[in-house]
Write a protein that binds this ligand. Sequence first.
Ligand SMILES: *Cc1c(COP(=O)(O)O)cnc(C)c1O
Length: 405
Amino acid sequence: MPMRPCWVEISTRRLEENFRFLLTLAASHVELLAIVKADAYGHSLRICAPAAVRAGARWLGVASVEEGVAARAMCPEARILVISGAFPGQGAAVVEHGLTAVAWEPWQLDELEGAARAAGAAAGSVPVHLEIDTGMSRQGVSPERLSSEAQEADALVRILERFTPGSPLRLEGVMTHLFAADEADGAVTAMQLERLDAALGRVGEAGMLPEWLNVGNSAALLAGQAEKIAGLAARHGMKALLRPGLALYGLIPQFNPQFEPPEPPSLTVARARLRPVLSWKTRVASVRSIPAGAVVGYNGTFVATEPMRLALVAVGYADGLDRRLGNRFSLLVRGARAPLVGRVSMDQAVVDVTGIPGVEVGDEVVILGSQGGETITAFDLAEATGTIPWEIFTRIGARVSRIAV
Ligand SMILES: *Cc1c(COP(=O)(O)O)cnc(C)c1O
């Protein structure tokens, strides 16, 4: 059956080109993990994970074991990192599907080790990436309090002690998350890398030789931090793994504060090379004329002051078109901006096409993407609703078909 016309188009060619471009920014000794969590930022894991692998990604990053199992079914060879770790009872699936869990709590290691032993896993055969909290206070062991708080020191030591030679678990990676890599002065990042350096020293003192230093998002990569992270990794006998998400989908994080010109060359070239992967479209379902004085939509929040032509479009807040956009944002019809009038409904919205000649039922309407000479970016939508592109993408509803183009 033909679908309700509210769909997302995913350019796999752009995704592959974006990934290959990002590889050129990573120094030759840095590997890139393609972040495909949250259904590839709403772009569809089914479409994006295999495309990233085709472009050369050997690592994929997902949020949960569930997402990891789904990614494994599509990408049998890829390394799959479960960023938020396994939850109680999920260890068996981690082992069975060959996922790599991030861990920082003793109970997480108990869960993984128990599952690995139950599966008869050989010593050191189940890789784990240990997260260090270098300042975000979200997840990870906190080594910076080593000197002042004995209990925290115990936490890191206790975690490292779990990787005994006979254990099926292997400390394969050390991970941290840079939480302000989009601040151009890089001061917070430098502080985090210092803390990480100290923590790596302690990992080494404990006799551990993890292979991967797993650090850095899109902002870190675009701001030219790959070199620094690779240097830190090399000093500890490790290889660096960076984890771009947003840039893979063709968007450049906004740096705040911005760089004093000149910005890093990596960022300048990225502006020319990265291209958005996702377009979100619908169609005109109905066109009507209304007289001056007519009201539009729930509670009549829009009142026509003159005769108008309106187009009903097949997208609503249940599809991810934020209800706050009513009377505040425009969609693209026939290459022109058509303002949303009245409230956005659950499944429909109304745009003013009075000034756009010839609009007909079936006309394509762009919510996100380009039409004619006009473009709506995820940053435009985010700005209009007080959020960030990551949330715009991940809020596009499950019922909106994702189509590879
Ligand atoms: C989501 C995520 C990333 C990717 O972040 P972007 O800013 O989209 O590049 C990297 N690392 C971790 C731990 C994440 O959760």
